[in-house]
Design a protein around this ligand. Structure first.
Ligand SMILES: [Zn+2]
Length: 282
């Protein structure tokens, strides 16, 4: 599933091809993509409009169009964007024709990806405010801020990290990798880390997300670049998807478990198993 680094990779690749160009046509082949808005309604607002900027917030890709029209794309589980694909796919949900002659296909086998229209910059802020927490690279995301977000929370730290309303953009891959680097077990209560661990965790989150962007994302399933190429961060995972293999630090066999309903990888030597929770435990 694309996370912050994967969406940022797409954004960086797409930006030079689309900014300043006009969306000539948008053909939504699968009405579910923009429901409850009908494809024709979406088309009426978007077609002919110039792309002023291409931004990312969390895992959303924001097409900032003329007159404060925002087309927000979310790739969800299996969405990919392909620029000028050589072949059409059975899983193509949307085709955008751009000035400059480019064609962009939104391909999505599982069909969970979405396109939403938000009109007005204020409405966009409201949209994000109810869905997304702090951006990991923003200055306000300090260790103290992270600690404050987690204060009193008994949910596992892994689940906390996946909650987009707290911190935006982290998914299953980067949560596992950040917790391993921090030496914190994914089942630890989010509010029960030591102060120094929040600092390590904040740094590890930024480190793994940066490494993911540098590697142009991770392609463990459907994620592809605009030209269909694969990212390479999957080759640099330290724990994620490495169940049964020895830990790179200590040699202990990496375990796969389920935390908050998600497949989770952990070295239980480097990431000690939390003690049973006691009432009022800090
Ligand atoms: Zn280890």
């Amino acid at each position: 599933m694309p996370e912050l680094p994967e969406v940022e990779t797409i954004r960086r690749q797409l930006e030079p091809a689309v900014v300043g160009e006009r969306i000539e046509e948008i053909d939504v082949l699968d009405p579910r993509w923009c429901a409850p808005l009908a494809p024709a309604e979406l088309r009426d607002v978007v077609a002919g409009r110039r792309v002023e900027a291409l931004r990312r917030r969390g895992k959303y890709l924001d097409w900032a169009l003329a007159a404060e029209v925002h087309l927000l794309m979310h790739l969800r589980m299996t969405g990919t964007l392909l620029l000028d694909p050589l072949q059409t796919s059975d899983h193509t949900r949307v085709v955008i024709s751009l000035g400059g002659g480019h064609r962009l296909a939104f391909v999505d086998p599982r069909r969970f990806g979405t396109g939403q229209l938000v009109i007005g910059d204020g409405a966009l802020e409201d949209f994000y405010a109810t869905r997304l927490g702090v951006e990991p690279f923003d200055d306000e995301f300090t260790p103290a801020h992270l600690r404050e977000l987690a204060r009193g929370r008994r949910a596992p730290i892994k689940s906390f990290l996946l909650d987009q309303r707290r911190i935006a953009g982290i998914g299953n891959i980067y949560a596992d990798e950040a917790l391993f680097r921090t030496g914190v077990h994914p089942r630890r209560a989010a509010g029960a880390l030591r102060p120094a661990q929040y600092e390590l965790l904040r740094d590890a989150i930024r480190e793994v997300l940066s490494a993911g962007i540098d590697a142009r994302g991770a392609s463990i399933d459907d994620f592809r670049h605009l030209d269909g190429a694969r990212g390479s961060f999957q080759d640099r995972f330290l724990v994620h998807r490495r169940g049964g293999e020895p830990c790179v630090r200590c040699g202990t066999t990496i375990r796969k478990m389920v935390v908050g309903g998600r497949g989770t990888y952990v070295c239980e030597h480097c990431q000690p198993v939390p003690r049973a929770r006691r009432a009022g435990a800090a």
